[in-house]
Design a protein around this ligand. Structure first.
Ligand code: SF4
Ligand code: SF4
Length: 401
């Protein structure tokens, strides 16, 4: 396993991290804790969890693993998180840290994230007097947490703003071999500042392993697209940890095998990928974020479109999309998001979209899954549909470009 220094913290961490958001919840907590120990035995020392992951069981699973590791707890780096808009006061943020400590069965958390910053005003909310960051600083002074870090889905220039005041020891960003060209500014800004950079979703949330045939252009001879995607993040000098969600020992074995011999991508390989992404992936949202900041209804279009990728690539059923929406709205990229049904079809996001996606039609489909989530088993009434549809048709008749 490649080991890298995590920014200026003095810690050496495994280039592959264990992301605790994809445990198989059909298995018991004890079985899943054994999976964590298996990863540690294989050289993975970066362990990442959060409240709410895996039906809120993930922190308990890591807690069991910590207990079983005993004195080896010192050898691993344990990370968990809290959103600034859920724990908006110092009291609530402190209570969240204490709850995580209890569940993780440990005296300290190595890295605690100001979690899931989707907009700069959420970062400002964390930093204001009496807010989350103040509580985290106090916890750090008391030794309850060792480092304060931040996770974000902001665009590159905004990531720079987020990190400008040097308040964090590292950053977690959604970057992978499919979307890197839109996120790279954020990665380099963090790296140049001497911060550790953690890449979430190196396999694009399962999209790459489940679509290997369509994505074969990612791989060099002798490797699979999944291995190539992992190698991209692990071999990248600007990325410290590639966070993988593991469900099986085989997943861990694959990641460790790739990490043992991860060569950085050549420039020619990267150019080939760029070309393919622009010519063959036209229907996909790339996560570039150029649509953000345009919506008069404050709908996080990029988040919804990335979630909709699952429909296109994985051919998910309506029930699966409804379940996915629930997860994203609970702890994913759609936490606190205005409903897709609030779209007034003004078309501004479509005009800004680098992929020229039919965002309004997709949001309309998503609004039906939102309805399913709110009223399981109830079909939306035709009259509700036609009212919204009418409004949308009227607005989309406006000239584009
Ligand atoms: S079309 Fe809908 S989502 Fe797009 S900018 Fe207008 S209101 Fe927002
Ligand atoms: S919807 Fe379009 S502009 Fe927005 S993130 Fe996706 S590809 Fe980029």
């Amino acid at each position: 396993m490649i080991v890298k220094p995590f920014g200026k913290t003095g810690l050496n961490v495994s280039a592959v991290g264990f992301g605790g958001m994809r445990f198989d919840t059909k298995h018991s907590n004890a079985e899943n804790a054994a999976l964590v120990r298996y990863a540690v035995d294989n050289g993975i020392n970066w362990l990442d969890t959060a409240p709410q992951y895996c039906n809120d069981r993930s922190e308990d699973i890591f807690g069991l693993a910590m207990q079983e590791l005993g004195s080896r707890r010192e050898d691993v780096v344990l990370c968990t998180k809290g959103q600034p808009y859920v724990y908006e006061t110092a009291e609530k943020a402190r209570a969240a840290v204490e709850k995580s400590l209890r569940r993780l069965k440990t005296d300290y958390i190595d890295f605690y994230y100001v979690w899931c910053v989707l907009r700069l005003d959420q970062y400002e909310q964390a930093m204001r007097p009496g807010g989350q960051y103040e509580a985290l600083l106090r916890c750090k002074e008391e030794g309850l947490i060792r480092h304060i870090v931040v996770s974000t889905h902001l665009r590159g220039p905004e990531v720079k703003t987020l990190l400008a005041k040097n308040e964090f020891d590292g950053v977690l960003l959604g970057v992978n071999v499919l979307n890197f060209q839109y996120r790279w500014q954020g990665v380099t800004a963090a790296h140049e500042q001497g911060l550790g950079v953690v890449a979430m979703n190196p396999l694009a949330g399962g999209v790459i392993p489940q679509n290997e045939a369509a994505l074969d252009f990612l791989a060099e001879p002798g490797e699979t697209p999944t291995e190539a995607a992992l190698r991209f993040c692990v071999g990248c000098p600007q990325i410290t940890v590639a966070l993988n969600g593991f469900s099986t020992r085989e997943h861990i074995d694959t990641a460790c095998r790739v990490a043992d011999r991860a060569e950085p991508f050549t420039d020619a390989h990267i150019d080939r990928i760029r070309k393919h992404i622009s010519t063959t992936m036209d229907d996909l949202c790339t996560g570039c974020g150029y649509c953000m900041g345009h919506c008069p209804e404050q709908i996080p279009v990029a988040g919804y479109m990335q979630y909709y990728n699952d429909k296109l690539l994985l051919k998910k059923t309506d029930a699966e999309m409804t379940e996915g929406l629930k997860n994203h709205k609970t702890f994913g990229i759609l936490v606190g998001a205005r409903p897709a049904a609030e779209c007034i079809a003004c078309g501004q996001c479509e005009r800004a979209c680098t992929q020229h996606l039919d965002i309004i039609r997709r949001l309309n489909a998503i609004s039906q899954w939102e309805h399913q989530l709110a009223h399981p088993g109830l079909k939306r009434k035709a009259s509700e549909l036609s009212l919204k549809a009418l409004r949308k048709i009227k607005r989309t008749c406006l000239p584009r470009h």
